[in-house]
Design a protein around this ligand. Structure first.
Ligand SMILES: [Zn+2]
Length: 511
């Protein structure tokens, strides 16, 4: 490059040389002018004070949710915690022995929180399956997944004896179950005594543990009566609604029920309906749980919901996203185990986000008519023609609307908006990248004892959002970088819901 411009200079005429030098002189003058402008600004304006969100001591009167003052909505109300009183959950008592482990700072608590994902998967009734791909390099713990997630639970007996996992372990006695758990390689660093202690607590308070035990007892009774070694006639369904006494009466023999499940003995082994989670005595395949089933969360995250508290149910006056925001809220004098979960909290947040986004995509897939897909028929014809040419069968075309954040059409629309702003107002004067600092005072002050910023993605995201809005106010209303044309383009990129940054391009008013 440098060689090429040198060659060009050797060949240039006197007139070309003068023109080049005058352009360079003009650039130098412009550079000096900008430098002088900013140098004079610092003397004209006072030093800007560091932004502070204040204390997190504003309270929601409906549920006790705690807020920073800047988190009010336009009507001056705090609504995230309970959607203005619409989200009401049945109160349950978190076992004291587990609370001590969650919020303690002794050696055992530290060990428990370090290995909390191992303890949870060893003790849960269902597994969350995903391709976990941690980021490369050093740094804070980050739970990152690729591809699809799925939730599965086990049937009553394993295909081969000695391979018990998940709920099957609650049929064995506590000592044997702990031994089976500790035999698994991924649990080798867990403390067997602690594992047995939590197992006993779960057996005492959890309705799923009761349900599996109940099914096993009925099976034993049937086997005794029939004098056989295995029975396929006993089945259990775990209802997605809490059971009432009017359900499923009369048709099946010897039903036994607890709060969430019903066990049946029937001649064909078929349970009353297949809408719920059906558990059979023995099946090779694990039983898949739908993400909209309210039992999915308590079965997968047994350390957060030891008493079987239900997750999100459809047909409510609030959305799934609002429900999960409610679950992650900080409340005065109410212990929320999720906020103490550390690595398991990261998993829960990622899992919940995938569920919310998956259900949004599902809605789009099943409501294409509402989204006026027929206006894209030309595109569909083109894809069909391409597929026929290539000799492949085209699938069903699903159009993602531009309102779906992250979709190609949303990107395209943002790009076109940005370009038309530039066309009207000229090129941006500023390109700011605003990153989150985990050492911000508001974050440090509101962490619980012994926590690091990466243990609280909820708090980091909240503080970052307040500060990002304050920065935009500084640019637009206080004119810290000169009068603003009222146009900016802001792109926020949450990375795994922990570290977060925003890129803002601002355009000042000219003239
Ligand atoms: Zn509230």
């Amino acid at each position: 490059m440098a060689q090429r411009s040198q060659d060009r200079r050797v060949e240039e005429t006197m007139e070309q040389r003068n023109s080049r030098l005058s352009v360079m002189a003009e650039h130098a003058r412009e550079h000096r002018r900008i430098q002088n402008f900013y140098a004079s600004r610092t003397t004209l304006y006072p030093v800007v004070e560091e932004h502070n969100c204040g204390e997190m001591d504003n309270i929601c009167l409906k549920c006790g949710g705690l807020y920073f003052a800047a988190e009010k909505n336009a009507k001056g109300v705090y609504t995230h915690c309970c959607h203005n009183g619409k989200i009401v959950e049945q109160a349950s008592v978190y076992p004291m022995e587990m609370k001590v482990l969650m919020d303690g700072s002794d050696e055992l608590s530290v060990h428990f929180k370090n290995k909390i994902r191992s303890y949870n998967s060893a003790l849960s009734f269902a597994s969350m399956g995903a391709q976990v791909v941690p980021p490369t390099g050093r740094g804070a713990y980050c739970f990152r997944i690729h591809g699809q997630t799925y939730h599965r639970t086990s049937h009553l007996h394993p295909p081969e004896a000695g391979e018990e996992k998940f709920a099957q372990l609650y049929v064995l006695d506590s000592d044997l179950a702990t031994r089976r758990r500790m035999e698994r390689g991924e649990n080798s660093e867990c403390n067997p005594e602690l594992m047995r202690k939590i197992d006993e607590i779960i057996r005492r308070v959890n309705p799923f543990a009761d349900a599996y035990k109940m099914m096993w007892e009925l099976e034993q009774q049937v086997l005794r009566e029939e004098g056989r070694e295995a029975s396929e006639n006993v089945t259990m369904f775990i209802s997605d609604d809490r059971l009432d006494s009017s359900q499923h009466r009369g048709r099946y023999n010897a039903p036994k029920r607890n709060e969430i499940a019903m066990v049946f003995k029937s001649s064909d082994g078929v349970p009353p309906n297949n809408r719920d989670i059906c558990i059979y005595p023995k099946q090779r395949e694990l039983c898949r749980i739908s993400t909209i089933n309210p039992n999915c969360d308590p079965m997968t995250y047994v350390l957060f919901f030891p008493c079987g508290e239900r997750g999100f149910c459809i047909n409510q006056s609030y959305s799934e996203l609002q429900f999960y925001v409610h679950r992650l809220s900080v409340r005065r004098d109410i212990f929320n185990p999720i906020l103490y979960g550390g690595k398991l909290m990261q998993q829960y947040v990622v899992d919940s986000y995938v569920k919310v986004e998956g259900n949004r995509l599902n809605f789009i897939r099943h409501n294409q008519r509402m989204l006026r897909v027929e206006s894209y028929l030309g595109l569909a014809d083109h894809i069909n023609a391409l597929a026929t040419e290539a000799g492949i069968r085209p699938g069903v075309t699903v159009i993602l609307p531009s309102s779906f954040i992250g979709s190609p059409r949303a990107m395209q629309q943002n790009f076109q908006d940005a370009m038309s702003i530039v066309r009207d107002f000229g090129k941006p004067d500023l390109f700011l990248t605003f990153t989150c600092n985990p050492k911000w005072k508001e974050i440090k002050d509101n962490l619980f004892l012994g926590q690091k910023p990466h243990d609280r993605p909820d708090l980091v995201a909240r503080v970052f959002d307040i500060k990002k809005k304050a920065l935009l106010q500084d640019l637009k209303k206080k004119w810290y970088f000169g009068s603003h044309s009222g146009r900016h383009s802001c792109h926020r990129v949450p990375e795994e819901r922990i570290a977060t940054h925003a890129s803002i391009a601002g355009i000042s008013r000219r003239g």
